[in-house]
Design a protein around this ligand. Structure first.
Ligand code: FUL
Length: 433
């Protein structure tokens, strides 16, 4: 049985109160963190997307200063369904839109500012990008998320802490009540105010309350308790990246460990926003696959940014690369040579005949927590068990590329574990032949 406890302060902590049948007694004293249902579903998504789009798209900048003329915003051919189709080809399951970046320009007609689409040339000021993108996601079967930058270089109240906190909560409430279900809310930690700049004390707890109240199913990422920033913008997780973390006292309850899975953000281009000069610098398929191995293949979610251009479309070069990326992931991993599941510290994977393999994929059923603490995968080669790869954390997914080996059988041995491991998948693939 898995139980989820809501903890005051706005964040969630879930504990396995009883693991599998036969563990009920031990579980009374022995609790390990497990994901909430929303975290579990999110971790299973694998690849999700970011769309950095806004006034910067039209000024050719990465960080706007909030002094832009809103009239410049005019994506005349905006077609959010084109974004959704292009992203789905890469296997993307959720799209997070920069509803407001550091420049304060809002992609929806917020009541609380003039710096928004309502004063732009686009659709005579009657357009709403958040509406179009959320509707296209719903229609196309993608989950929808919002990025709302706490740092706001346009808003006059920024730096007058109580007043700006109120402003931020108002904008957040608009976004979370007018556009249907929101699966992820992204609070960026960036703030470039210099030593003489404005100092804003954010009232995070009150922001989290707004999210919990308006969208109980939404996960709060980065400056939030549910999803952890991996710590770089290159899309790379550590080896043995774990979802079990020491709590951050600013956002988590005072327990020993919390479930706090990692998200790896990276842009498909050098910049986060679209710049025409970068059209030939879309990451290569090799680069994207390398990122995939080091994020999704390391128990993390890949948040891939694909910035729409000034037309309001995803550029042809990115569309092509997304399709190649999705096809290559399928080619490598969709049809493993053999797969199994099992419980306990030894899981055997017999093969129908001797086969040359070059990848091993392992998943735990993380609803029971991360139980494996150290493992080795061995292959039977001419009757002898030989190590193929090792590691510590398994979690949601590990993809291990191994030196090609001709094996008769494969087995996973857990060398250290907490409670009985629950392996939802042990699979082998032959990719490079
Ligand atoms: C950073 C921001 O400053 C970048 O512009 C971008 O939005 C990235 C995802 O996060 O903190």
């Amino acid at each position: 049985m898995i139980k989820h406890f809501s903890i005051i302060g706005g964040c969630w902590l879930a504990m396995a109160v009883a693991g599998l049948a036969g563990e009920a007694q031990a579980s009374v004293k022995y609790q390990i963190p497990v994901p909430t249902a929303e975290q579990f579903a999110w971790q299973k998504m694998g690849v999700i997307a970011f769309a950095h789009f806004g006034i910067n798209t039209f000024t050719d900048r990465e960080w706007g200063d909030g002094k832009e003329d809103p009239q410049l915003f005019n994506p005349e051919q905006l077609d959010a369904s084109q974004w959704v189709t292009a992203l789905k080809a890469a296997g993307v399951k959720l799209l997070i839109l920069t509803a407001k970046h550091h420049d304060g320009f809002c992609l929806w007609p917020s009541k609380y500012t003039s710096h928004s689409v309502k004063n732009s040339a686009w659709k005579g000021g009657r357009g709403d990008v958040v509406r179009e993108v959320s509707a296209a996601c719903n229609k196309g079967g993608l989950k929808f998320g919002v990025y709302l930058s706490p740092w706001d270089r346009h808003e006059k109240t920024y730096g007058d802490s109580p007043a700006y906190n109120e402003h931020f909560r108002n904008q957040l409430t608009e976004l979370l009540t007018q556009y249907g279900p929101v699966a992820e809310v992204w609070f960026d930690g960036a703030c470039g105010e210099g030593p003489n700049g404005k100092k804003q004390e954010y009232d995070w707890a009150s922001f989290y309350k707004v999210v919990r109240r308006c969208q109980p199913g939404a996960l709060i990422a980065i400056c939030g308790p549910d999803i952890r920033w991996v710590g770089n913008e290159t899309g790379v997780a550590k080896e043995n990246e774990s979802s079990v973390q020491k709590p951050n006292p600013q956002m988590h309850p005072p327990v020993d460990y919390v479930w706090y899975p990692a998200e790896c953000d990276v842009s498909i281009r050098p910049g986060w926003f679209f710049h025409g000069a970068e059209n030939e610098r879309v990451k290569s398929l090799d680069q994207l696959m390398g990122i995939y191995y080091q994020s999704v293949g390391r128990n993390s979610v890949l948040l891939l940014n694909v910035p729409p251009d000034r037309r309001g479309l995803i550029h042809e070069n990115d569309v092509r690369r997304l399709a190649e990326f999705g096809a290559e992931i399928k080619r490598r991993f969709a049809k493993p040579l053999a797969k199994t599941s099992g419980r306990g510290s030894l899981v055997r994977l017999p093969l129908r005949r001797t086969a040359r393999i070059d990848h091993v994929l392992i998943s735990e059923d993380i609803r029971y927590g991360e139980r494996v603490k150290e493992y080795v995968v061995e292959g039977q080669i001419k009757g002898q068990w030989m190590p193929l790869c090792r590691g510590k954390v398994v979690g949601s997914l590990q993809i291990q590329r191994i030196a090609p080996a001709e094996v008769e059988a494969v087995r996973l041995r857990c060398l250290q574990c907490e409670m009985q491991p629950v392996i939802s998948r042990l699979a082998v693939c032959a990719v490079d032949q």
